[in-house]
Design a binder for this molecule. Structure first.
Ligand code: SF4
Length: 499
């Protein structure tokens, strides 16, 4: 057994998601590329911070997994618990629409626990690291998306064991009258070998909290993994995770590491796994993974879901995925207008959607599409075109489920930069970036955009679609899934009601 130094034993760490109480709903913050207050109650394990917590625990540190949003406890309850635990350091992940709330929380933590260091991480602070030092008493900012490696590096640095890597910002305390913000330089990801991370300690990170309440799982309990960081394309101009994982930094865990992680989840009784890499690795990696899933018999024990891009795979590859246990495949359709796909740098053609969905369905997979509304350059006619195409895909039985949202330009993305440059932003109050209202000037009013999202949700509920869903029922799990899905679907509509 590895020797744990007393310095490590006496150093305690909290990986915290403080409750963010709001009449708008529950914040869908962690592991989410598009933030939303939601009424669906979905919760997802923040995968990369979970690797960080695991790695720190393995080094002998006392680690508290403190996802109070998933625990659904009150703010006061959480604060009291944090004060009692009195950690040496608190890591908090933030996103644009809740950054102002996090500044207030940080100031309260620093008032109650002045010696506790508070660290912020996430895409918003990667884009605007200095702002949080001005607006709060935060001690450190982690930029870039490898929170796990950076959490470990910071703690080891604080205990005098190593130098700080590039990517940190912190206050230089002397002279006290004029503290400066120091940067260790532009973050770098490529040297982080993912296989050096241990597989996630699911007990430490409270896996049961995340196993049930998620529509990506048909078979429960479910769990999340991420075998790639984050997306091998990584260029879509609206995608907030391209800020933390820019194009050209894509890395994968080895297939052996991923299989080990899946085996561990199966040993816990997990029935379905969603791989939340922005896009699942393809090519020889995917081929090898599928063969390993089949060879080890894991394909008979667990179902797998993933994010995929259109025009990335052929029929034989989809067939292999189905044989290896894949079920749910999520695609970003975004729009059915070529000019929009080009402006978003999706690097796909409108016809790729149908061609891909035909192959996925033929293989027996269950495709899900995501659609966005409110691009500044899309007219009402353009938007109706997307709605019509989406409805047609459902009519043709090529899609099983859908998610529609209003497009939000997050700081750090090329879309935000473009809108800022062209004076297309309606607000720079970060609270407004929560998908309750459009942020970009658009030919469509806020009410029209929300109405169109609702129309899209209602529009696919044709008698044929409902009948198809009913006749697809094979097992009790299918009934339970459909009932839960129907409830969540209606709850989702509440997220897009007009004020
Ligand atoms: S394909 Fe998806 S994950 Fe990849 S950059 Fe585009 S939106 Fe982001």
């Amino acid at each position: 057994m590895k020797k744990v130094t007393s310095a490590a034993k006496n150093f305690s760490i909290s990986v915290s998601y403080p409750p963010l109480e709001s009449k708008k709903g529950i914040p869908f913050l962690a592991q989410n590329r598009q933030f939303q207050w939601t009424n669906t109650g979905n919760v997802i394990l923040p995968v990369i911070p979970a690797y960080g917590a695991t790695a720190l625990k393995k080094k002998g540190y006392k680690v508290y997994w403190d996802d109070a949003i998933a625990e659904k406890i009150s703010y006061q309850h959480w604060l009291k618990r944090l004060i009692k635990r009195h950690p040496n350091i608190v890591f908090i992940e933030s996103k644009t629409p809740v950054i102002k709330k996090h500044w207030q929380i940080i100031n309260q933590i620093k008032k109650e626990l002045p010696k506790t260091l508070v660290v912020l991480m996430g895409d918003h602070v990667t884009a605007l690291p200095l702002e949080s030092f001005e607006k709060s008493k935060v001690d450190y900012i982690i930029t870039g998306g490898d929170y796990d490696f950076m959490m470990l590096n910071l703690v080891e640095h604080l205990l005098g064991k190593t130098k700080l890597e590039p990517g940190f910002y912190y206050r230089h305390k002397s002279p006290k009258s004029n503290p400066k913000i120091i940067s260790t330089g532009k973050f770098a990801l490529k040297h982080h070998n993912l296989d050096t991370m241990p597989i996630i300690d699911r007990k430490l990170t409270n896996w049961k909290l995340y196993g049930q309440n998620n529509t990506n799982f048909k078979y429960k309990p479910g769990a999340y993994i991420m075998s790639g960081r984050d997306c091998w394309w990584g260029k879509c101009t609206f995608c907030s995770w391209t800020t933390t994982h820019p194009a050209g930094t894509f890395r994968t865990f080895s297939v052996a590491h991923t299989i080990k992680e899946i085996e561990y989840l199966v040993s816990l009784g997990i029935k379905e796994i969603f791989d939340d890499s922005g896009t699942l690795p393809v090519g020889p990696w995917l081929n090898d993974l599928c063969h390993q899933l089949i060879k080890t018999g894991l394909n008979k024990k667990v179902i797998i879901g993933c994010n995929m891009r259109f025009a990335a795979l052929n029929q034989a590859q989809y067939n292999l995925m189905a044989k290896a246990g894949f079920r749910f495949v999520l695609y970003g359709l975004e729009s059915s207008n070529q000019k929009t796909l080009d402006r978003l740098d999706k690097n796909t053609k409108t016809k790729d959607a149908k061609d891909t969905l035909i192959m996925a369905k033929k293989a027996g997979l269950e495709p899900h599409i995501t659609i966005m509304i409110g691009y500044p350059w899309e007219s009402y006619v353009d938007t109706q075109n997307t709605l019509r195409e989406a409805r047609q895909l459902f009519k043709d039985s090529l899609v099983d489920s859908m998610q529609a949202t209003i497009v939000i330009p997050y700081p750090g993305t090329p879309l935000f930069a473009e809108c800022n440059r062209k004076n297309l932003l309606l607000s720079k109050n970060w609270d407004d970036y929560d998908m309750r209202q459009p942020i970009m000037k658009s030919p469509l009013s806020s009410e029209t955009q929300k109405r169109l999202v609702r129309e899209l949700f209602y529009g696919i509920l044709t008698p044929k679609f409902i009948w198809r869903k009913l006749i697809s029922i094979r097992k009790p799990a299918d009934i339970k899934f459909l009932a839960t899905y129907a409830i969540k679907y209606l709850q989702k509509l509440k997220d897009f009601q007009n004020n």
